[in-house]
Design a protein around this ligand. Sequence first.
Ligand code: ZN
Length: 175
Amino acid sequence: MAIRPIITAPDPRLREVSKPVERVDDELRALMDDMLETMYDAPGIGLAAIQVGVPLRVIVMDLAGEGEEPAPRYFVNPEILDPSDDLSVHEEGCLSVPEYFDEVERPARCRVRYLDYDGAEQILDAEGMLATCIQHEMDHLEGVLFIDHLSRLKRDRVLKKLRKEKKERALAAAE
Ligand code: ZN
């Protein structure tokens, strides 16, 4: 397993639409292992493959609380079936949008069909934090970031700040 660098906004790769996985094999499992380790190291609770620069429809997640046993989840080619009409608001953050958190409104519940770590088809009924996290990660597969759900003013402000920080880091590295 290896920790891979996480891509941060504004990077055009985060806008790519990820491709379906053709088969769940050892190579894909190695990617999922790396993604999980990268996510734990960050630390974060969810990571899509495109965030480490791989445009495949793969998500890893672990919503275990502090002091709880790790509970990794793997979603390959996930699809959302019948999202609920009722919405809920959760504060979200993203490893690709560092140090920014804001409230996003999404369907409160959804059913997800996906392939697991072994390539077996699974169906999961998600609600609360799990439903929010799945929808947030699924957005990444379409090239969408959680800040896209905010007002344009807020989004532009966040992106401007991130752009400035990237420039400052590049300058510091060049010195
Ligand atoms: Zn994210």
